[in-house]
Design a protein around this ligand. Sequence first.
Ligand code: IMP
Length: 433
Amino acid sequence: MPLDVILGSQWGDEGKGRITDLLSAKADIVARFSGGDNAGHSVTVGDQLYKLHLVPSGIVHTHTTCMLGSGMVVNPVHLLDEMDYLESEGVDVSPKRLKISSAAHIITPSHIALDKAREAQRGSAGIGTTMRGIGPAYTDKATRSGIRAGSMTNPEEFADLVEKHTQDAANILEKVFQQQAPNPTEVALAYFDIAKRLQPYLADIGALIADALDQGKIVLAEGAQGTLLDLDHGTYPFVTSSYPTTAGALMGLGVGPKHVRRIIGVTKSFQTRVGSGAFPTECEGKIAQHLRGTGEHPWDEFGTTTGRPRRCGWLDGVLLRYAIRINSITELTLTKLDILSGLDPIQICTAYQFEGTSYPDLPSDPTNLAEFSPEYEAMSGWDSDITNAQDWDDLPAEARAYVQRVQQLANTPIRLISIGPERDQVIDNTNQD
Ligand code: IMP
């Protein structure tokens, strides 16, 4: 005991990576449980910015063991690139520190080609995927024709599976989509070499985590994406193909709920979204530009994985309450409060309007968000730079009032507040509960 879960309460990009890094200081194991390299997690340590897509953010600490859970889909080419990059930065990614679940599924070049072909076919109704092959890999998993990481224990057999899969996908790509398909023999050869390199990293993650919990170690489940992108509970069909929620954490690591201690919902001080789908509090013009930033800084609102500008808007309290309900979130971390400096007034969506009725909570599942219009409450903004604040009392009264209002709307304590990208730019708000 215990298992702490960190997850996004919005549409991803809430700043989970740096909070995971912070909490990893006291964790023994940090494990990703869903998605793949569609995620982009940034961790800043001094002058060094680490951009991670697959390896858990906890790797930057030297004492942690990091794991890729069974709920993940892993592009082994990108994983090896990331491992090489981390090694070149002096980070130890030996099999002692990094483990891959044998039950995780493998992404191939055909999955990526199919992702692109399906998005192109959807045209203007496209989901706006990250084109990383995520959906097609989970499709193969669900139809029981996927390739699991565990097959890499026998590189020859693994290469045969990859060759057959690439051939099958070629038939679809060529006949249905009239696309050029990856060459089965070339992909099989490349994946044979990959299997030889990744073999030592394979493990039974569920068993390792169970042992660690029995020994009283601290396990951190690191979420990717966010609750509103959950395949079942998000804004379907504009979602990802996995379960970035508390239930997904348990399923994607192979552990039961009795170990769970804290469920930390990471919430940005405003709302962002990449890809398509309804976004009731979306802003245009100057406010969106202010929230998004110019793209000069790594923390500006441009995709870590795709570079796409993110859609930006005011914090949506209705969706926040929904995420708290779906996940049983026990505490919140509020990120990027510093970005609100200079905006006056600051709006918070406190309820939705539909046909003359006000709904503080979602009256249905979030599929039909486009039907609702937000009800806003205006709060006074502040002008000063808050990035050097050391504690709660250093924040301007207006910033404190904003945090307290979010906490009240969420009916959940906000324990940490981030005011900049550095490890120490976090205010511990525990005493204000
Ligand atoms: P996919 O996961 O690539 O299939 O993309 C499906 C939807 O999820 C698209 O709208 C993506 O923009 C979104 N998405 C996937 N991963 C992330 C993420 O890490 N942050 C934010 N949005 C994401």
